[in-house]
Design a protein around this ligand. Structure first.
Ligand code: WTA
Length: 653
């Protein structure tokens, strides 16, 4: 469990007015909100009485080719089927329908490259670009239900490729460009993809990083793969190896394609995308989302939570390789008809004011980012924000990990002028949509994620599903189905079921939380052995499996330890094995340093730069249960100087 500081910090600092204060929204915010307090009260009331009716209303706000027969088919629970029998396509709602409205010539997508170049697409232009690629993909023989892997940096073509795939009914599988070639290979294999779309490379931190060679290596190493097309976006125009009869430049592919393409008619429960995330096993899980439920949940929550107005300029800093990129960079903003901003590079390039510079330049009105990013920028003080006009901002948001009250207050004050609502949204890859979050009209407590959104039912429960008393720590449970819920885990029904049968009768999110006397939720980290490094999920077992593949490692245990910037980082405990002859120098220090270095590199190579290891402790043995299961909890308690009881408080075994 991660100590995220909310309860403890409040106690440690005594009665600190700033962080213990309740921040009320400005009257103007309340007056202008899409969902004012009366609307909110009636939405909550409707949802409590009949959550199906609430979500049906949300679905009716979108366009369907054919209406559903049943709002929620729960006859095969937990295989819930939302809007069963309905026919739709998310791209019709994200793009096609806007072409017939005043949105036609409005900016849909603005992209800025790290060197400062930029590209802009109106809804009409984006629609055409998507149609051209959709036609090209169809001409390549790609059909409904087929998987397309996108190994892409943040580029306009990433959005275009996601939408083009969905438009023809193919299933996109976005692989974060920070993942290794090996991770890419695993995902290509797991999804049996025939087509991959990538780029020559991208700019980050002032330099150009090649991507295509990683794809080449992944494809060369894998004799099992079915990939027969690799589409390459030219980002920097560098020379790359193009394999004849397999590789084709994106520009060449779409050049002669028509501007119109038919939108495939999908069943509400046909898959839209697969996105891999980490769980407690050694292998990433392919989380499946489907058209109808996902579009409904995402559309409704982005509209109410971010209060989208026709004049907004929306910037979510996430990469499309994560669920936040899917729901809050691409689908959510486009369905809402707003302008979405994408940035290619690093927030500190060329200096620590890049984000403030971009807010100023584009007049960003909603800024949605991570606590890690805020902590990183906070270190540079108030000087950089003060150099820019941030007055266009009206809403701030965070996601991915708990935000400490101090960080919250800094963001609210320094970036939000103490005027912007600060929306801390709790959700997951599996939930698809925002679940627990304040709304523009909510009174805010720094560090709390507020209340479940209308239509979402959540509680803090014990292992048996019994609600915990106020302020007691327990497991976060979602107690009713919600529309954007995942519809499966690729090739793994047992793992899907586990989410619903670990705690009887509810969806177990894997998080620890408490609920205070006002019904506000406080998230306290993961209950399972999943690390959250800079808002990115990584399974302890996944990291351990890589470490154990090193010839000198007999056993390894990985735990998450608190980190000032990243929230959490990985620390490994390693038992060296008999092949421990890595270094000629016989002193242990030199051996340890050399081995630590090798292990770091191995993780980078196998999983990518996200899997960063802070330190390694070499030991003779690891604490284990009698049946031989590694007791990571014991290591964690030692590390944090806590009693084992303190961190097993909710473990009632
Ligand atoms: C954590 C990201 C505290 C949580 C959208 C969850 C959070 C995991 C918050 C999902 C938040 C996400 N406060 N913790 N506001 N948002 N988390 O699947 O542990 O990448 O289970 O989805 O991130 O991570 P995922």
């Amino acid at each position: 469990m991660q100590n995220t500081g909310n309860l403890n910090t409040l106690q440690a600092n005594g009665r600190d007015d700033e962080i213990e204060r309740v921040f009320r929204p400005l009257p103007r915010m309340v007056l202008e909100a899409n969902m004012n307090p009366q609307d909110l009260a009636s939405a909550r009331k409707l949802a409590e009485e009949d959550f199906r009716a609430y979500w049906e209303q949300a679905a009716l706000d979108l366009e369907w080719f054919e209406k559903w027969e049943q709002v929620l088919d729960d006859s095969q629970a937990p295989r819930y089927r939302w809007f069963a029998g309905g026919k739709c396509n998310i791209v019709h709602n994200a793009l096609d329908r806007h072409i017939r409205t005043v949105n036609r010539n409005k900016l849909a997508l603005v992209w800025e490259g790290e060197p400062g170049d930029s590209r802009k697409y109106t809804y009409f232009e984006l629609y055409r670009a998507v149609n051209r690629l959709a036609n090209a993909l169809r001409n390549l023989g790609i059909r409904k239900g087929e998987r397309i892997v996108l190994y892409m940096p943040p580029l306009p073509e990433t959005v275009i490729a996601m939408l083009a795939a969905a438009k023809i009914g193919a299933v996109h599988v976005v692989v974060f460009a920070g993942f290794s070639g090996k991770a890419l290979r695993e995902r290509i294999q797991a999804t049996n993809a025939r087509c991959i779309i990538t780029a020559d490379g991208f700019y980050r931190n002032g330099k150009f990083t090649s991507l295509k060679p990683l794809v080449d290596a992944a494809l060369a190493a894998d004799e099992e793969d079915n990939v027969d097309v690799c589409v390459v976006v030219r980002r920097a125009g560098i020379d790359v190896n193009m394999t004849a009869a397999r590789d084709i430049w994106y520009d060449d592919l779409v050049r002669r394609e028509a501007n119109e393409a038919e939108t495939e008619i999908m069943d509400s429960n046909d898959p839209l995308f697969i996105l891999h995330t980490s769980g407690t096993s050694g292998k990433p899980r392919g989380i499946i989302h489907s058209h109808g439920g996902y579009m409904t949940g995402v559309a409704d929550t982005i509209k109410s939570v971010f209060d989208i107005k026709p004049t907004d300029f929306f910037w979510c800093t996430a990469d499309a390789g994560w669920i936040t990129g899917h729901s809050a960079v691409v689908y959510g903003p486009l369905i809402a008809g707003t302008t979405t901003l994408m940035y290619e590079g690093h927030p500190l390039y060329p200096q620590a004011d890049r984000m403030w510079n971009m807010v100023d330049k584009y007049g960003v009105s909603i800024l949605y980012t991570t606590p890690t990013t805020i902590r990183m920028l906070m270190r540079y003080g108030n000087r950089f924000p003060a150099q820019h006009d941030l007055s266009s901002l009206r809403l701030l948001g965070t996601v991915g990990e708990a935000i400490s009250p101090e960080t919250w207050v800094w963001f609210h004050k320094t970036i939000g002028r103490n005027e912007c609502q600060l929306i801390d949204t709790w959700w997951q890859t599996e939930t698809g949509q925002f679940m627990i979050s304040p709304l523009p009209v909510s009174p805010l407590k720094p560090g709390s994620v507020n209340k479940p959104l209308p239509g979402v039912s959540a509680d803090v429960v014990d292992r048996k599903g019994k609600p915990k008393p106020t302020n007691e720590v327990g497991f976060l449970a979602i107690t009713k189905p919600w529309p954007a819920m995942f519809t499966g885990v690729l090739g793994d029904e047992a793992t899907y079921d586990e989410y619903f049968n670990t705690i009887p009768g509810v969806y177990f999110a894997g998080d620890v939380a408490r609920k205070d006397e006002d019904g506000h939720f406080w998230m306290l980290g993961r209950a399972d052995e999943v690390l959250n490094i800079a808002g990115h999920r990584l399974g302890a077992v996944e990291l351990e499996a890589v470490l154990c593949s090193h010839k000198t490692v007999a056993e390894a245990a990985v735990i998450g330890v608190p980190d000032k910037i990243k929230g959490e980082t990985a620390k490994a405990f390693v038992v060296p094995g008999p092949n421990d002859q890595i270094c000629e120098d016989p002193t242990t220090d030199a051996r340890d340093a050399a081995l630590t270095d090798e292990l770091r590199q191995l993780l980078r190579q196998e999983l990518g730069p996200v899997a960063e290891l802070r330190s390694v402790v070499f030991c003779e043995s690891l604490p284990k249960t009698r049946s031989g299961k590694i007791l990571r909890r014991v290591l964690k308690a030692q590390e944090l100087g806590q009693d084992i009881e303190d961190i097993t408080v909710i473990d009632e075994e």
